[in-house]
Structure formats: structure tokens, C-alpha cells
Design a protein around this ligand. Structure first.
Ligand code: BTN
Length: 263
């Protein structure tokens, strides 16, 4: 798959033609984690656009060192990117990926997913997919990004772990989607969002994210390493940070962290 759109990049005062994103798929039956294998391949020089896909993961990783339940029937893959964007824009990779996953799900089953900052995709109020982005930065530029995506597709007949009961949803509960159709949908859409990111079209990305924003207009509590912020969520800003309106009209932003409650 290749990006058909070439656009020019005029931010930073430079004009350069954006490199098209060519995908090269590497399929595995069972591996520990697509992100681990993608990292090894990247270390041996795998090109941007390499996509590691697995039917099952034995040690799928989620955020905060959690396990990602990865039985057969789900979609698990990691994209190798070499974006060369400023380190301060790295959060936008997960924004682009979340938008692409939401687009693909909507195309496949017709339901409208919502995005829960920073990396979760929700359907019917429950989590259906997650994004785990790992980056390597040098001289303030993102040299390597591994964007790992997991989508709950077929609800397994043998049951699901207790911690997912009631909080997770599978696409098969709402419609029918094949793994290849979904994967193609995500990659097709990601090409477009990634080009927008690299062209500096952040306002448009934030606007689209907020249109799908699960938390927009809700009261949230966000915990990060440096602060706990509570207030009314106003969506994300053009850097991908969550904007929270606290009491007395005072607004703060959380660049990273976890939303521990919302109502
Ligand atoms: C989250 O906790 O929401 C992020 C989950 C990311 C899971 C995906 S599945 C493919 C890739 N490989 C992994 O080990 N994790 C990511």
C-alpha cells in the first residue's frame, strides 16, 4: 500500500516533499509481542512502513506494563515509523493511530467509535481497542516510533479475563468485520493522518479527535507524574494534550497521564 497523496511541508520554513508511506507486512502465527518483534526488525534496519502482524501474542503489552489479552480472533500489529518529527509532537502519533482505528471500525461495522485520551478507542461505552506507542528520540527528533495497535474483534468462546468483563467490548458483539478488512482500513486511514501530522495540520487532527472525544464536556480527573487535575474536559489541543477547565474559569493542560475517573 502506498500513499497516493504527496504534499509539501512548509513548516520550520523548509519545503520538502513528504515521503510516501509504503507498507510491507510481516505476518506471524504466534509471537510474544508484535512491538517486541518490530523493535528487533527496526534495530536490524527495517524500513519505515514495516508492519508486524500476529494472529496471537503470548506476551502482548498494554499501557503501564499491563498485559494485552491477545487470543486468536483479535487484530494485533505494530507499525515501524521513522517520523523525524520534533519530540514534542510525539503524542500526535497516538492521535493519528486512534483516528485511523476509529475510521476503520466505522467503515467496517458502521458504528461510530469514540476516542478516550490518550490512547483508547471505545464503542458503546466500553474499550474496543488500544494504542501503545514507543519512541526513540535523539537530538530532539523522533527517530523511531513503534505504534502498536490491538483491536478486540471476535469475542473468544472460551471466555475473557475477569478484569475485562464489563469494561471491554468486541466488534463481533456489534457487527461483522474481517481481520484483513480492518487492518487494510486502519493502514489506509493512517496514511492520511500521518501525512497530516507531518504537514503540521495539527488543528485539523485535534478537531477530528475532539469530534470523537469520549471525554469532551465531561468532568474528569487526570493523574500524571507531576499533577492531579480535575475539571471539565475541553478536548485535546493541537499538541495532543488534554485541556481541562478547572474552577473559576482556570484552564490547565495535561500532556501525559491517565484519566482515572470521568462522569
Ligand atoms: C493499551 O493498553 O490500551 C494499549 C494496548 C496495545 C496492544 C497492542 S497489540 C499489538 C501491539 N503489541 C503489543 O504487545 N501491544 C500492542
Amino acid at each position: 500500500m502506498t500513499a497516493h497523496r504527496h504534499s509539501t511541508d512548509s513548516h520550520d520554513g523548509a519545503r520538502s516533499v513528504l515521503k510516501p508511506l509504503n507498507f510491507s507486512l510481516r505476518w506471524f502465527e504466534e509471537i510474544s509481542s508484535t512491538s517486541d518483534v518490530a523493535r528487533e526488525l527496526a534495530k536490524s534496519g527495517a524500513a519505515e512502513g514495516t508492519v508486524v502482524v500476529a494472529r496471537r501474542q503470548t506476551a502482548g503489552r498494554g499501557k503501564f506494563s499491563s498485559r494485552w489479552f491477545s487470543p486468536e480472533g483479535g487484530l494485533y500489529f505494530t507499525l515501524v515509523l521513522r517520523p523525524e518529527i520534533p519530540a514534542g509532537q510525539s503524542h500526535l502519533l497516538a492521535v493519528a493511530a486512534g483516528l485511523a482505528v476509529a475510521d476503520a471500525i466505522e467503515l467496517a461495522i458502521g458504528a461510530s467509535p469514540q476516542l478516550k485520551w490518550p490512547n483508547d478507542i471505545y464503542l458503546s461505552g466500553k474499550k474496543v481497542a488500544g494504542v501503545l506507542t514507543e519512541t526513540e528520540v535523539s537530538n530532539q527528533r523522533v527517530r523511531l516510533a513503534l505504534v502498536g495497535i490491538g483491536v478486540n474483534v471476535e469475542r473468544p468462546d472460551f471466555g475473557v479475563p475477569d478484569h475485562l468483563q464489563g469494561s471491554a467490548v468486541w466488534l463481533s458483539e456489534l457487527g461483522t468485520a474481517s481481520l484483513t478488512e480492518l487492518l487494510t482500513g486502519v493502514l489506509d486511514s493512517f496514511i492520511v493522518w500521518y501525512q497530516r501530522l507531518k504537514s503540521g495540520d495539527f488543528a485539523m487532527m485535534a478537531e477530528s479527535y475532539n469530534r470523537r472525544g469520549l471525554l469532551v464536556g465531561r468532568n474528569v480527573e487526570v493523574r500524571s507524574a507531576s499533577q492531579v487535575a480535575a475539571g471539565r474536559c475541553r478536548g485535546i489541543d493541537a499538541q495532543g494534550a488534554l485541556v481541562i477547565e478547572q474552577s473559576r474559569g482556570f484552564t490547565t493542560v495535561a500532556a501525559e497521564g491517565e484519566v482515572c475517573s470521568w462522569s
